[in-house]
Design a protein around this ligand. Sequence first.
Ligand SMILES: [Cu+2]
Length: 579
Amino acid sequence: MPKPKIKRRTLLKAGLGTAASSMLLTPFSSLSAKRPGIMALHGKETDSAVYYEITIKREPLLMGMDVGYPITLNGQFPGPLIRLKEGKDAIIKVNNQLDESTSIHWHGIIIPYQMDGVPGVVFPGIDPGETFTYHFPVKQSGTYWYHSHTGLQEQLGHYGPLICDPMEPEPYHYHREHVVVLSDWTFEEPEAVLMHLKKWEGYYNYQKRTIFDLVNGISRKGFLNTLKTRAMWARMRMNPRDIADITGATYTYLINGFGPDENHALLFRPGERVRLRIINASASTYFDFRIPGLKMTVVQADGQNVEPVEVDEFRIAVAETYDVIVKPEERRPYALFAEAMDRSGFGLASLTWSRNMPAKAPPRRPPLERGMEAMVMDMKMDGQMDKMNMGQGKDLCGQCSPKRHRSYPFGPDAAMVVNRPKCMVDNPGTGLSGATRRVLCYADLKALEPYPQASSSPDKTLEIHLTGNMERFIWKMWAWDGKRWSSRFEDLLDFPLGKRVRIIFVNHTMMDHPIHLHGMWMRVQNGCEPFLPRKHTVNIKPAEKLCVEVDADAFGNWAFHCHILYHMHTGMFRVVRAC
Ligand SMILES: [Cu+2]
């Protein structure tokens, strides 16, 4: 077992000594400068285009009280806010001053494939010292983001918010807006993080069960039941608390680049309607986002307008965005509280009327466990069949069932196989279902416009089976096209241009996976036909089947992958060919 490392929080408690000693090791005078948070990038605008320039570097920066070594964009971490205009071209010159290749991908933007920014798929990347100019028409509006698609650079801070301002007025009103970029930061090099994950799957999981949990379980559930449940988890070689691969053991959770101790303040005046554009730019963290004392009205998901829905909390998967409108009436600070899904830490900022009035974090909730809710009927584990009879959820995606395969070709790629996956669009996720407060789920997302030819049946159906082996840290996207299985990067997934493709996702793992399709929208089959919401990233829960439809309307090769950086990097990545 690797030695637990000293937690950053412990270091912080040691006070100035730590900061001072790191400063001695890194003699850079600029370090004392306070990070400004998210700043809008200044550019040039003409009648037909907006022009920006970005320079990418790696440089030391004071992160909280420690010195980090992030990738900066125009000297900022996270990168600056880029505002594009629907109807005008975007012309963005990118200078690479790193000593390695880099790239920028415009996440969620419908774009000519040559400008999509994925090295090895659509372009060779931007070499050190080189410049690449992105030039594309902006045909959409809403909240998005951008990030590196090279190696593990995203974990180093190579990301920022992106807003496309609409041509037409939006169907809701607000007095002011704030961008809220959620992310995860580690002082470890991302390559070291990946090495730790490969060597020992529980490396960052300090919330493993203790003997006290066992005694507790026995008194609640009885001796036999407790042992049975434990034996089941042990047979799957998993821990019920493996909710996230990487946890607060190494991560500091950030809002707009600021840690929970840094009192990042976003201002309001009582009575104002405030729009929050919430972006999950994490490499690996899902957040449960809430503002205790305030209802949030969700008006956009992944940059697309939805029928307003009032919630108390929502889970935001990696790479998703939600826009909410809140109306704080009282002269008091409200906590923007982004709790990591596994409860190992949180991001905190204040929505406040005065910078001197920071909000306090609400009480923490206990660590999550993958309950029986995630365990579906019969699962094949290491060749054994386990039968667990549980109620089936409502099947809102109806006809979208995968074929009943007699066997799967996954082999050691899959630690387990889910034979009867469940539709879960009306379930907000592990640990959130059954709550008395209102928590958003996909079934709540209703597009404002019906989609064209909603009733026409798909021209092609593709099953995407997500598999994982946590012990070996191998993650894959297996595709079944009705004739054959494929899982290799080189095997392109054919989307006939101009046709409608139905994708049925099946998650055979015990983790959530945020799957992102470049270049084309996915319409989620959530029971709201014909008002299905369009998304660029869809979360697939453990043992879930989720169905989406894609109109293959964009020529080119497109990346299609899990947006958990370390899953993508170790194999959960495919390429779609639309032609
Ligand atoms: Cu994944």
